[in-house]
Design a protein around this ligand. Sequence first.
Ligand SMILES: Cc1cc2nc3c(=O)[nH]c(=O)nc-3n(C[C@H](O)[C@H](O)[C@H](O)COP(=O)(O)OP(=O)(O)OC[C@H]3O[C@@H](n4cnc5c(N)ncnc54)[C@H](O)[C@@H]3O)c2cc1C
Length: 599
Amino acid sequence: MTNIITHDILIVGAGLAGSWAAMTAGREGVTDVGVLSKLHPLRSHSGAAQGGIAAVLNNNRPVPGTGKRGPLEQIPPGDPDVDNSDLHMFDTIKGSDWLGDQDVIQILVDEAPEILYEYEHMGCVFSRTPDGRIAQRRFGGHSSPRSNYAADFTGHVLLHTIYEQAVKHGVKFYAEWYCMDLIIEDNICRGVVAMDIETGELHTIRAKAVMFGTGGYGRAWNITSNATANTGDGVALAYNAGVPLMDMEFVQFHPTGLYGKGILMSEACRGEGGYLRNSDGRRFMEDYAPGLMELAPRDLVSRSEQTEIEQGRGVGADKKGIYLDMTHLGAEKIMERLPQVRELALEFLGVDIITDPVAIQPTAHYSMGGIPANSDCEVLADADGNLVKGFYAAGEVACLSVHGANRLGTNSLLGASLFGRRAGISMAKFIKDGAKLAPLNGDPAAKNQAIIDRFKNAPVDGKEERFSQIAKELKIVMTNKCGVFRDDARLREALEDIKALQERFKNARVMDKSNRFNNDVLGIIETDHLLTFSRVIVESGLARTESRGAHSRTDHVKRNDEEWLKHTLAHLTEDGSPKLSYKSVEVYYDRFPPQERKY
Ligand SMILES: Cc1cc2nc3c(=O)[nH]c(=O)nc-3n(C[C@H](O)[C@H](O)[C@H](O)COP(=O)(O)OP(=O)(O)OC[C@H]3O[C@@H](n4cnc5c(N)ncnc54)[C@H](O)[C@@H]3O)c2cc1C
């Protein structure tokens, strides 16, 4: 075998989850930690996050001894002076439409303040209250202002901070290395195969512990807020290696993507007081969520927008948009708190949000589903809680499940950081307890090289397909048939379309035969991944005959706890279809029993 690299811990993904895990493992005394990233680490999608990171800090309470408040002009419902972790927990559970596992949500809310203070102590440049505390604003579905932010580029400052710390702890980063295979045999993880994108060379990387922090899969839709790299590689690789995927039918559509583009206009626009208006100029949210209005959770706001659009009250050239109106906020506030959002609207639609409303539409945004893991980020092999030894997952690629059927804004940066840290601790313990490198069979790098060679060279008798065309068609299918609203007929059509695209993909070939920076090769592998997990999303969604959170079926409009208060697990079978099984949801019936979800 050639090109073998070894590490104690190998992490795939350098976003917040991966970088926190690497930094923490280093801090816990593991000196041999490697991180692979297909992008430069600082280009990970975490860096694009805008609005904030959740934690109860109560920084809008009066400053002791002065009676003065922080910067909050908008008094939220309830008593703004008191926030606590039980409220954060309840909001998260309600947001999740009761599908979130409450034992893990408890950890999320309990450890949140600690994560914020760690960031602060590492020198993270947050926006501040007049007396110097971390500034907090409101966000959808949260009953108190607990979004901690740095203007509207929060992810950027968090990612830079944690990357610096990981480098300081001696972590080895492999920037622009692409992981194309995960090696698991007998439920033991043995390593990965990765390509050094600069040379095109493949390497087998063995490690005692492997973690995936590979982020989300919004790129399966043609209107998405996600970066081009968010192609769900991690979920597809794990699924192909025999790991089940959990709750894949739950995909979040963010209510405010720039019209026709999908680029995110942060929820902070509404957190700072922005309005949504239909073509009549009406704030239609009063018909759907009179209590929270524009600050209802995302699934509800996206459905409300879609309903307005479908009933003919949309705006824009094809009437598929809605207005986001911030003109009443004033230039000063916009320039201080939403400067990036203003720039995006100016650059991509030529609209200045200081003076004019901007058209937006729902955009594929966040993957609630993913690789199932427990609260120590150990990956589950099945519904009984058996583990894949030596394999860990955290961040958006993982499903723990803290976000259930619908994530609340700002809980994701929190979850990626916090569970990244927990993954680092649990992998360090695994190594210190004497974990060994698991033996390898065969030559995995050579096997993967053969796949690439086939994409480049195998004859196709004139039936050659362009993978980019297949990807394009898939995204249209997912947008039209597996979007904000779903039903049996559309999902069945989507499934047939995907199967047909998978057939055509067998004849897909790359034109560029070179080795260095060959984007064609990466593109064809990513297209394969998109097809693989899209099929799981559609089949899991077809089976779930209820509406819960982001999975909204017009033919089964109610949530059905009796039948469906359970997580979906999908295992790959030989004929390429998923075998579905189910796993119970952890509910604290004495504290947070399921309720009807009203806002
Ligand atoms: C525009 C936008 C704004 C957002 N705003 C907020 C917000 O304000 N608050 C909030 O809580 N959440 C927000 N989110 C969600 C949040 O940013 C993400 O869920 C979170 O940052 C994911 O972190 P991660 O570490 O799991 O993955 P990412 O940051 O996406 O990182 C994934 C990493 O995996 C690597 N990778 C992937 N595949 C491979 C492969 N095959 N080989 C090698 N490396 C690979 C990538 O290079 C990258 O380093 C936002 C998301 C978007 C898209």
